[in-house]
Write a protein that binds this ligand. Sequence first.
Ligand code: PLP
Length: 421
Amino acid sequence: MNYLFTSFIFVEKLEKMTFDVDKIRAQFPILKQSMGKYPLVYLDNGATTQKPQIVIDAITAYYTSENSNIHRGVHTLSQNATTAYEEARSLIQNHINASKSYECIFTKGTTDSINLVAHSIGKTIQAGDEIIISALEHHSNIVPWQFLVEEKGAILKVIPMNSKGELDMNVYAELLTDKTKIVAVTQVSNALGTINPIKEMVKKAHKVGALFLVDAAQSLQHFSVDVQDLDCDFMVFSGHKLFAPTGVGMLYGKESVLKELPPYQGGGDMIKTVTFEKTTYNELPHKFEAGTPNIVGGIGLGVAIKWLSELNLTEVQKYEDDLLNYATVEILKLEGIKLYGTAEHKSGVLSFLVDGLHPYDVGTLLNQQGVAVRTGHHCTQPIMDFYQIPGTIRASFSLYNTKADVDAFIKALNRAINMLK
Ligand code: PLP
């Protein structure tokens, strides 16, 4: 029996489970291992999340009994692979509440999705057109727009933030003009954890006729996001930060907007007809999906999203908020800690420095005690410039982390501080 198809059928019938962290955690085999004599405490979820067994099994099942190229074959394997890939698209559509499955374009990830939008919109950009981003953006939501500044003479404007890491909504309103073509802002900051008021921001952008792109790379693993409710024109995310494999992600785009955009890459699947004189393009979503895609990645993303959507995401969010609050209280009991990112609305991230210590040294000593955190600029150099620091230590949490993880982290941090001082 086909593993993927049967599991898809039963999804609809499952009741929403009550959140139980032990049951969740048991589904992640990697979390059971030790780092030397210490149990692994994985707090680098902002960089990538771990994968539940069901996703790992889906990948194995695909390569064991279903591997084939999609969209082109008359044979059974190809048809099954195509069905599984397209069902994954539908699962993602349901999860983000897109109105059509063809508004969901498979990409390599967030970076690829933003480059796609910047490239395609770039064809219509003229000198003097304005693009707005925010002070909180990851480099992948800065550099693709800077290409348009260099190549097209576009003007890049940046919404500033305050010292807590919150965007200034008054300045945002002033930056919007009838020349604004697109606003591209992250929903959750990967470096500071700030949750931005995206719905309100989209409304304002639409008033001046601008499009709005939401970078949801750091939000979808923490809470549910409804693209129709936000009314955003684009939303982008990466599978690997959402319990799915690397190398796959998504661009959601409103049908009316995607239809008007020229394709990004040329090749197989994105064409309707090709002659040496002229090519006509395929319908959505294929127009933006040139070449053989990451088929198993797409299927894995579907399985991961199905797994996530079976959870009660309101409970997940509450659990994670409590965990972050607990970690914040506990870390501030240690001497010399300075937190970066203290916004009122925050998710998933504790960014900090220890007075007089280099983040890399602290990270190394944490690693020696089994605690995985990230140190550095987190691909957000402008944020580090704002605070005039080279980087931070970032502990980032996910739904499988526990108070015991926080306690082990704080104990290891205390030990590291005592060793380094
Ligand atoms: N945007 C944000 C907010 C991120 O946190 C990241 C990765 O950390 C990216 C974009 C880029 O994601 P990827 O490297 O998966 O393309």
